[in-house]
Design a protein around this ligand. Sequence first.
Ligand code: UD1
Length: 414
Amino acid sequence: MSNYIIEGGRKLEGELKVSGSKNASLPIIAACILNGKKNTLYNVPNIVDTNKTLEILKILGCNIKKNNNKIIIDSSNIKTHEIPDKLMRELRSSVILAGALISRFKNAVFSYPGGCDIGSRPIDLHLSGFKKLGIEIEEEGGYIRCKAENIVGTDITLDFPSVGATENIMLASVFAEGETLIKNAALEPEIVDLQNILNKMGAKVEGAGTNIIKITGVKRLKEVSYNIMPDRIEAGTLLCMVAATGGNVKLKGVVPEHIYQVIYKLEECGCKVECQKDLIMLQSPKKLKAVDIKTMPYPGFPTDMQSVFGAMLTIAKGTSLVIENIFESRFKYTNELKRMGAKITIEGKSAVIKGVKKLTGAEVEASDLRGGAALVLAGLVAKGETKVENIEYLLRGYENLDKKLNSIGAKIIG
Ligand code: UD1
């Protein structure tokens, strides 16, 4: 297990460039299975989750070439449609490969996915969507076997706008006969990015970013080069970290409208935020003010920002109420923050955060990706030294977080 040692109390000031989006990269890497061609992806973040997904593709038979954030995926020689259980367990988004494999080979074998422990993460919506497309599903010995003679377009209404289920059904229906309509689809920007690459390959997908997505089946897809969108959660994380230290930052390579909910809340806390096309400039106030937040599917406040924002509120003036509506176990980080002096009470879906004057450095342990980032934020503002253990979780989703923060005045030893 690795750790970060953080010397707290330093103001962060400077310019940073945001990396490519983790959550867009994963379904887009899966999409590269579909066409059986050589695809070039740019702006892929070099993080554990993308690397593990690429490792699975290699095992399936893809040829992968990596050059920093440029990845070439040649899927012409895939030999198997079975995803090894060991790798399935290592990341949640591995389930997204199933839709692409079924689409291309009419066959896929996989087991229940793993990932961060932030609550129960069922895949029933993915599987019921597959069934509606005419895919037979058998569960045996921990494996899920999907098979179809023909995949036939149909109307699928999701009980909940699940991001993963929306993406998986899009991938599974690209070659379906006729039209597929996904109703109550998730609206996240990463789904628009997936639509864009699919259409660049020659698929016919429309409506991503709205709650009805229409996929008209095509016969084949061509090779593609694609530049992945910036990571809106990384952008929000960096803004909160800077705001918590009383600093200022110019974030480059972002799409401000993807995180306007976070920007709006930062302004409510007293930050001055100015946005241009692909720039966000933030200046923090002398003292942050408490605000209430409630996580919701996009365009609501993102659950992935809840822990980092919550950590920032521990030193705001006043009492904040944070309500987590998406994942039930996303408050684990608060126990660690309490060791640093934070005053937080949890009841069910709610956290009441009473702002304190200061946090003090301590040894704390990350237990999921975004919760880990919350602890880093706390370490940056705390008096003295903080040791964040299990930073493996952070490496799943943040590219060079320590280097980026050190470049604007932090002191983190990794
Ligand atoms: C994606 C993101 C994750 C983010 C989440 C919500 C990726 C790789 N991960 O995860 O960072 O936190 O969206 O914005 O893009 N659900 C079901 N049945 C299902 C699927 C989901 O009940 O079959 C429930 C989940 O338990 C959860 C809610 O739906 O309560 C949202 O999950 P979902 O949108 O599917 O999240 P992911 O795609 O796993």
